[in-house]
Design a protein around this ligand. Sequence first.
Ligand code: PLP
Length: 284
Amino acid sequence: RIAYVNGRYVRHADAAVNVEDRGYQFADGVYEVCEVARGYIVDMKRHLDRLDRSLRALSIAWPMHRRAFELVLREVVNRNGVLNGLVYLQVTRGVAPRDFLFPAQAAPAVVITARKVDPAIAARRAETGIKVITVPENRWDRVDIKSVGLLPNVLAKQAAKEAGAQEAWFVDTDGTVKEGGSSNAWIVTADGRLVTRPAEHGILRGITRTTLLEVAAGLGLAVEERGFTVAEAKAAREAFISSATTIAMPVVEIDGSPIANGHPGSMVLSLRAAFFDVAEKCQA
Ligand code: PLP
């Protein structure tokens, strides 16, 4: 495997960053994960738009021109022979002697990796669906920035695993569902409306979420962007999560309560099936 590190393509096994990289010491950096499907990087432009937003929010400069960044992403995918899988990129504020204040000199540091993932794994998982637990929201209020500071997400997802589930939903004190540890949360109401929380505040604006809203519009589905509670989700006709790596993945159980008959719903499966017809395909 080949990784891109600060201007060089290196063997993945030899890839290394400086011990004083601020990403390592302060989680002072941002990242993106893009799906690679049939040799295409899915929704690359939207991912780079969000990267731009995250970088601006933290006053980190682009490490290179955006066009160059696109070329490097494609190159890493190609050099790793990834037809299906994912490409990971992270940009940190760079390397400087440890100090909280922004360094005057440091150039942003970049790491890009790619890896193959067999699409049959997610396809099989979608046939049975996943289980979700709920956990209290304990993150900061700038989760709209895709920061590499993911410790609450790590702990929540580990708790999910230990409970026999595959995702954890962060829940506000008022009982509304924010989002998953690495996904956005959706339900389908008894009368067939698709519901997901507005992305203006308190969640990451998922790229898959945005594209799925377009898929839903194309299918003529009724959509409500509003908050929903855990109780409403448990009583819903369907529940599911979305992310670049899972696309739209049925949720069949929340905190041990089966959703509807405990099988994946039909609406999430049609959204999933139509996703790649709508998503932007960037030749890798
Ligand atoms: N919310 C969180 C906290 C995430 O970490 C992710 C993806 O990793 C998402 C939502 C889904 O975003 P996307 O669809 O862009 O992958």
